[in-house]
Design a protein. Structure first.
Length: 274
C-alpha cells in the first residue's frame, strides 16, 4: 500500500499546511544552482504530499536537516525530493527530472528537546532508500561538513528555501518558481545575544540579512546555510519575519563529530532511531 501511495504522490500536486517553512522576500533562485537543496515531504494517505522542511545532501545516501522537523515522526511517513522543484510538462510524466527517495531511517540526538527555547541539538540525519547520483553532478551535488568549531564570523553566506511574497501568506510555493535564496552575514553570538531572551550556546549561529527586505519567515525549518560549499548552519528557531533581527541557526561545526559518528553506521546509545 505504501509503495502504491509513493507512486501516486509523484504525479500529485503538492499541498501545504499553515506555518511551514518559507523565505520572505529574498531573491528568486534557480534550483539548479542549489543542487544540494532537498525538500522533505510528508506522504499523505491520499497519495499527495505536504511540505515539512528543507535539508541538504551531505552524502549519496544522507541528508542533514533540523531535528524539530522530524521529531517523533516515523521514517515511512517521509520522502525526500531532490533535483529541483520544476514538475514535468503537463501530459509528459516521462520528462520528470526530479528524484523522490523514501526515507529509510531518521536519526537525531536523544538530548534534543523539542520545546526547549534554546534549540540545542537541533540536527538530524536522514538515510534514504537508494542513492543520489553524485558522480556527474548534473542533478545532485553534496555539500561538505565544516571544520569542527569554526565560527565563520563575518563570512557572507547564503540560505535557500521556498518563498512567500508577504508574511500573511500561509503556504510556501514548493513547485515551479517558489524557490528563493537570501544572502546573509554571520555575526558573533555576543552581537546576537542582545536580541534573544535565552542564553545562546556554542551550538548556535546567527546571521543578519544583507539583502533589503529579505528574511526567513515562520521558521523556514531545515533550510541550509552555505559558505564556500560548506554546510555551516541549519535554520531552526521560529522567526519574526523581521529583516533587522538576527536569524538563529544550528551551528553545524559544533555537531560534526556527532554527525560523523552517525554516518559511520554504528548504533549509538545517544541517538534516537525512527
Amino acid at each position: 500500500m505504501l509503495r502504491y501511495a509513493l507512486l501516486l504522490f509523484v504525479g500529485a500536486s503538492l499541498c501545504a499546511a499553515a506555518r511551514i517553512p518559507k523565505i520572505l522576500g529574498g531573491k528568486d533562485a534557480d534550483p539548479t544552482a542549489y543542487k544540494y537543496h532537498v525538500a522533505i515531504l510528508e506522504l499523505l494517505e491520499d497519495g499527495s504530499t505536504r511540505h515539512v522542511c528543507s535539508g541538504a545532501i551531505i552524502d549519496r545516501r544522507f541528508v542533514l536537516t533540523a531535528a524539530h522537523c522530524v521529531y517523533e515522526r516515523n521514517s515511512p511517513e517521509l520522502v525526500v525530493r531532490a533535483g529541483g522543484n520544476m514538475p514535468p510538462p503537463e501530459g509528459k510524466p516521462h520528462h520528470e527530472k526530479r528524484v523522490f527517495r523514501q526515507v529509510a531511517k531518521i536519526m537525531y540526538p536523544k538530548d534534543y528537546i523539542k520545546d526547549a527555547r534554546y534549540h540545542e541539538y537541533d540536527v538530524a540525519v536522514l538515510k534514504i532508500k537508494g542513492t543520489f547520483d553524485l558522480v556527474d553532478q548534473e542533478h545532485f551535488k553534496k555539500v561538505y561538513l565544516p571544520v569542527i568549531d569554526d565560527d565563520f564570523e563575518g563570512k557572507s553566506s547564503v540560505v535557500s528555501g521556498y518563498g512567500v511574497h508577504d508574511a500573511n501568506q500561509k503556504a510556501p510555493k514548493v513547485e515551479g518558481d517558489g524557490f528563493k535564496s537570501l544572502k546573509t552575514r554571520v555575526i558573533s553570538n555576543d552581537e546576537c545575544q542582545s536580541t534573544r531572551s535565552f542564553i545562546l550556546t556554542r551550538g548556535s549561529l546567527c546571521t543578519l540579512s544583507i539583502q533589503e527586505k529579505g528574511h526567513t519567515c515562520n521558521g523556514d525549518g531545515g533550510d541550509p546555510l552555505i559558505y564556500d560549499n560548506q554546510l555551516i548552519g541549519i535554520l531552526n528557531a521560529p522567526s519574526t519575519c523581521d529583516s533587522k533581527r538576527p536569524e538563529l541557526f544550528t551551528r553545524v561545526s559544533t555537531y560534526v563529530p556527532l554527525i560523523k559518528k552517525i554516518l559511520s553506521g554504528r548504533v549509538l546509545s545517544d541517538i534516537e532511531y525512527r
